[in-house]
Design a protein around this ligand. Structure first.
Ligand SMILES: NC(=O)c1ccc[n+]([C@@H]2O[C@H](COP(=O)([O-])OP(=O)(O)OC[C@H]3O[C@@H](n4cnc5c(N)ncnc54)[C@H](O)[C@@H]3O)[C@@H](O)[C@H]2O)c1
Ligand SMILES: [Zn+2]
Length: 381
């Protein structure tokens, strides 16, 4: 049986370099030349990245509120597709990790020391440990946007619907209309939800939600969203989902507590969510929370018998099923890429995504030089 994979940093190539998005400090991510990764443990693959993108989760490190978990030089990113360039000697589907632990590893690429310190994939190459478990083989002729949209966001959104038990006839509320929130809304409809309320401050994103058939609710026009939702749905929501997370826009009171020591997150959206949920309803927290949070409505949660679940997505659990859905044409996640750019402009892409200035309002598809070459040669649609 192979030894467990202990090393998260990759073995650098002695001379070859690659371009990668490197964290240099708060609001400071840009392309650097760094050593190309090489096979570091026998069950690795080296993936030659063609397309990658920025997640709302990357903005936590960009903004700087979890900078203590970052080191200058860390490579960012966890949403990418590409071509396997090299594999280690034991890269076969033996599933030793699963046999050894009963569970698969749950690190996240490019996502702080807390999540394993794995160098990310907003880069020309990425070392993928336990590659037989982590890499997903996809048909060569598929539109890159469809698979990159699956890599994190669509799986996360499905997970949210599962946690909140969205089903035929459900009345659903989703706080947050970023790529994740909008995906949750669309998948909720696909699962048969009767009505979906979509909450945000961003007018452009609310208009996108409306164009997809959701009921948009502008947060600043309805200061207490729960009150508004209950005026429309007196029984309350069957399923309420947070797709905002700990950086949610906050009132003066929460701003003050967040800036002090020991209080990192804001649960203002969660307060509204629990109030707006029906008795015995389901809440899912899919937006990221890392810290403690003040004024959590524990009384309402307990007295109404609400089930609250949360967590990072279960990629492997849903990938086969959702890839099938995309290949069958039943769901196309490519809508979330409203702009395209080159990986070389990653610093600018971060700032645009952070400040909601991406043309079209949502995500940026970033192409590497290799991705552009493949496209020019007609390999990608
Ligand atoms: N659990 C997981 O596996 C997982 C996976 C991917 C992303 N995430 C998390 O999901 C969240 C959303 O990701 P994204 O890419 O859509 O990010 P995003 O930053 O683009 O979207 C967040 C949206 O929330 C809105 N918002 C802010 N405060 C609000 C409030 N009080 N009420 C309603 N809306 C509010 C913002 O205007 C923005 O449109 C992030 O926290 C991200 O870290 C979790
Ligand atoms: Zn993500």
């Amino acid at each position: 049986m192979a030894a467990p994979m202990m090393q998260t940093a990759y073995q650098p190539h002695p001379s070859l370099k690659m371009k990668a998005a490197v964290w240099k400090g708060n609001k400071n991510i840009s392309i650097d030349e760094v050593p190309k990764p090489t096979i570091t443990t026998p069950d690795d693959a080296i993936v030659h990245v063609t397309h990658c993108t920025i997640c709302g989760s990357d903005l936590h490190m960009y903004e700087g509120s979890i900078d203590k978990s970052m080191e200058k030089g860390d490579i960012m990113g966890h949403e990418a597709i590409g071509v396997v360039e090299d594999v280690g000697s034991q890269m076969d589907p033996k599933h030793e990790m699963h046999d050894l632990y009963g569970h698969r590893l749950a690190g996240i690429f490019g996502y702080t020391k807390v999540f394993g310190g794995y160098p990310g994939d907003q880069a020309e190459f990425c070392r993928v440990p336990n590659a037989d478990l982590v890499c997903v083989k996809i048909p060569k002729d598929i539109d890159p946007k469809k698979v990159l949209g699956l890599a994190d966001v669509t799986l996360t959104a499905w997970h949210a619907c599962e946690l909140a038990e969205v089903k035929e006839g459900s009345t659903v509320g989703v706080w947050g209309c970023g790529p994740v929130g909008l995906s949750i809304q669309r998948l909720a409809k696909l699962r048969g939800a009767k009505k979906v309320y979509a909450m945000d401050y961003d007018e452009k994103r609310l208009q996108i939600a409306k164009s997809f058939g959701m009921i948009p609710v502008h947060e600043s026009k309805h200061k207490a969203t729960a009150g508004y939702i209950l005026s429309q749905e007196p029984r309350g929501l069957d399923c309420a989902i947070d797709a905002v997370g700990y950086r949610c826009e906050v009132s003066g009171e929460h701003k003050a507590t967040r800036s002090g020591p020991g209080e990192g997150g804001s649960c203002e959206a969660v307060n509204e969510i629990i109030k707006a949920t029906r008795k015995r309803g389901n809440v899912a927290l899919i937006g990221d929370f890392f810290f403690t949070t003040n004024n959590f409505p524990i009384g309402a949660m307990m007295e109404k018998g609400i089930t609250v679940r949360g967590g990072q997505l279960f990629s492997q659990k849903y990938m086969a099923q959702l890839l099938e859905l995309v290949l069958n044409g039943k769901y196309d996640p490519s809508w979330m890429f409203t702009a395209e750019d080159q990986l070389e402009n990653v610093g600018d892409c971060y700032e645009k995504f952070f400040s909601h200035q991406v043309p079209g309002g949502l995500k940026i598809l970033m192409k590497t030089e290799y991705g552009r070459q493949l496209e020019a040669s007609g390999k990608y649609a």
